[in-house]
Structure formats: C-alpha cells, structure tokens
Design a protein around this ligand. Structure first.
Ligand SMILES: *Cc1c(COP(=O)(O)O)cnc(C)c1O
Length: 399
C-alpha cells in the first residue's frame, strides 16, 4: 500500500523489541495501551490479567517505583500518587466514610491537619486534634466511631517523635487503623508498618526523591486495608506522572547514602548550635535534652534525621540576619534537598496560625528549620557559624 505522508505522521509507532534488557528503566509516557480484542480488554481492566490499559489506572513507571517502596517498607501493597497530599487524600477516601471519626495529631503538616479536619468535615467525617505524644489524651479522644488515628514519625518543625508501637496499640484497641506520615524519617530511619502501623504515607517530593525536581506521594499498607485503594485512586484521579516516577526511582538509588551522610552532619550541627550562647533553643531528637531522645534512639535505626530546628535569641531580625550573608544557607520553604537549605516556620509553614498558638508550639520569630544536605560536614558547620555571626551583627546593628 502506498502510504501518504499525512497518514504516516499520525500512525502509531512500533516500539522496537530487544532480547537484551536496558539497565536503566525506560520511561513509559503512553496514556493508553492497545488491546488485542474485547476479551483481553475485559480481562486487563478487571485485573485478571497483568498488563496496562489506561495510565490513570496504572502505568509501568509508577509500578516500578511502588514496588521499590513496597520492599523498603516490607509492605504487602503500595501505591504511588501525584503528591504527598494526594496519598493522604487516598488514605482518607479509602478508609473513611460519613459518620466516621478521625483522631489526628495537632502537630502534623498544616495541609494534612486541614485535610483531616476541615475537608473531612465537609464529608461528614468528624475529627479531634490531639497531642499524639500524649498517649492518654490520644486514647481518650477515640470514640466508637473512630476509624483512623493519624500522626507523623517525626513532626515538623519541633521534631517530636511518635511512639508508633503504642499508638498502634491504642488505635487497634479502639477498632481503628493507624496511619503514619513517614516523610521526615524516610524508610531509612523508620518502617512504621514493622512497628504496628496499618498504613504509611510519604511525600516522595522531599527526602526520598531528594533532588527537588518531583512532586509525588506514596501509600503503603496491608492487604486488608487495601480493598478500596485502587478504585479510589482511579475514580478520584490521584495517579502520578511517569516522568516524576522515573526521576524518583533514580533519586531513590542514593537514599541510604544521602540520609546517612546528612544525618551524621545534622547531629554535629545540632551539637554546635546547642553549645552557642546566641542560640536560645535547639530541637533535635539526637540531643540529650530532647524529650523523645530515648524513643528516637530505639525507633530511628541509630540515626536522628536530617532536620535541625533552632531558635535564635535575636528574634526575626536575627533570623533574617542568619539568611543575609553572601554565601548564607539559602531559604527554600521545603526540605530534603541535596544541599543544605533552611526555612522559617513563622513566615511560611505556620504563618496562618494565630501568634499565641505558634508560641504554644514553640515557634517564635527567631525559629529556623535547617534541612541538612550532603555537603562535607565541615562546610555545613562553617556556614552555620557564619550565619550565627551575621545574625548577631544584624540584630545588634538595628537595635
Ligand atoms: C510536604 C509534606 C507533605 C505533602 O507532600 P506534597 O508532596 O507536597 O503534597 C505531607 N506531609 C509532610 C510531613 C510533608 O513534609
């Protein structure tokens, strides 16, 4: 047949087959896959036969990434979603229905708290926000309608550590499931399912991808909690982008090295800050004065994480000074980058809270949250020392 150029251009391309396998995973961007006949289409869509049909339901790059994460958490099931928030939405929508009640830590990520309180209320799901570090308060907040307890392995920015095993006991005694957001720990420091949690969420955007170029989420859990997960993900349209999955899988290759390097630097940064009189308080679970030091030592695989929070005596001016130098640690309101960055909770993550509530959480105008990167430890310590000098100079000059 003599094909015309106008027909050749739009024609589906034959993907080359090879008996040899590529080492790096291919990127599958196709939104749809060809079905041979109606019987095959039905079997594929019903999940009776392995294969792909439509990207919003499943795609190979999400499956490759989900399988790695499933192994990391020793989970039966894992799903990758378009963001950390969509993984949390997937947990909410798959586990709860109107009339249910959720107990949520008041110190979780701001958008998470809004999701499980304000957004959940619109679906007639009631909630109680508690301090999940207070196990009695958490237990007392559970009602006969409670189906989910939500907490974070390590909270931001004060880096309180959740006692996952005991929270799981409380949740199960009350006929509820425990959902743990493990974003700040990553699977390198903690595997919450091993400690009794029923579901784990991570924002892969942060430490796990680690290169500040993807937005993705992860939900892991056991078979019995999984029944509604694939259907909810498909119907509410929570699927991930193949390219983001491809990048995340690439970043994940160095996760162990990055977390080990940054965690050991973070401990030294915390010790340096704790010994400096210009610093009012340091929050780091590896320091002797931290309220969860012992729990962290037992639960976090011998490391204490890559974040360090501290409060400068110089208040907001001091904080601005810390960021002001030519080669200061840069202010990026996120975490888990390759390089050391910082954030300022008062003006970013916690800006919408009333000042009194911020104060009660321990966040003041001089509070800075460092996300320690993988530079040489001495390079990071030098940058912190320079920041402290600048903070002091700026606070003194404008007084
Ligand atoms: C960033 C973050 C999220 C939300 O993740 P996105 O990928 O930004 O949607 C949820 N929980 C924690 C602890 C986070 O730090």
């Amino acid at each position: 047949m003599d094909k015309k150029p106008e027909d050749i251009c739009p024609e589906p391309v034959a993907v080359p087959r090879s008996p040899t396998e590529p080492l790096a995973p291919p990127l599958f961007v196709s939104s749809v896959y060809r079905c041979r006949d109606p019987d095959e289409a039905e079997r594929l869509l019903a999940g009776e036969e392995a294969g792909y049909v439509y990207r919003r339901d499943r795609h190979p790059n999400a499956d490759m990434l989900a399988d790695k994460c499933r192994q990391l958490h020793a989970a039966e099931c894992a799903a990758v979603t378009s963001s950390g928030m969509s993984a949390l939405a997937l947990a909410l929508l798959s586990q709860l229905m109107s009339g249910d009640h959720v107990v949520v830590s008041g110190q979780v990520y701001g958008a998470t708290l809004e999701l499980f309180t304000a957004e959940a209320a619109r679906l007639d799901i009631t909630s109680t926000a508690v301090d999940t570090c207070d196990l009695n308060e958490t237990d007392a907040a559970c009602t006969r309608q409670t189906r989910l307890v939500v907490a974070e392995t390590i909270g931001n920015p004060l880096l309180r550590v959740a006692d996952i095993a005991r929270l799981a006991e409380i949740a199960h005694r009350n006929d509820a499931r425990l959902l743990i957001d493990n974003t700040l720990a990553s699977a390198m420091l903690c595997r919450p399912l091993q400690l009794g949690a029923d579901l784990v969420v991570e924002s892969l955007t942060k430490i796990t991808s680690g290169h500040s170029d993807v937005v993705l989420g992860l939900l892991c859990g056991g078979q019995e909690a999984w029944q509604r997960v694939p259907g909810v993900s498909s119907r509410w349209g929570l699927a991930s982008s193949p390219f983001d999955c491809w990048l995340a899988l690439r970043g994940l290759g160095t996760l162990a090295l990055r977390v080990a390097q940054a965690s050991q630097s973070a401990l030294q940064v915390a010790e340096l800050l704790a010994a400096d009189s210009r610093v009012e308080h340091v929050y780091y679970p590896g320091l002797a004065g931290h309220p969860d030091r012992a729990l962290a030592a037992a639960q976090l695989a011998g490391q204490f994480g890559t974040l360090v929070t501290f409060t400068l005596r110089g208040g907001r001016k001091g904080a601005a000074g810390f960021m002001a130098g030519e080669d200061a640690i840069p202010f990026y309101p996120s975490l888990g980058e390759l390089s050391t960055t910082l954030s300022h909770p008062e003006s970013t993550s916690h800006r919408t809270l009333p000042a009194a509530q911020r104060q009660a959480l321990g966040i003041s105008p001089g509070t800075i949250r460092l996300s320690v990167g993988i530079e040489r430890t001495e390079t990071i310590l030098d940058a912190v020392r320079r920041g402290l000098d600048m903070a002091e100079a700026v606070a003194a000059a404008t007084d």
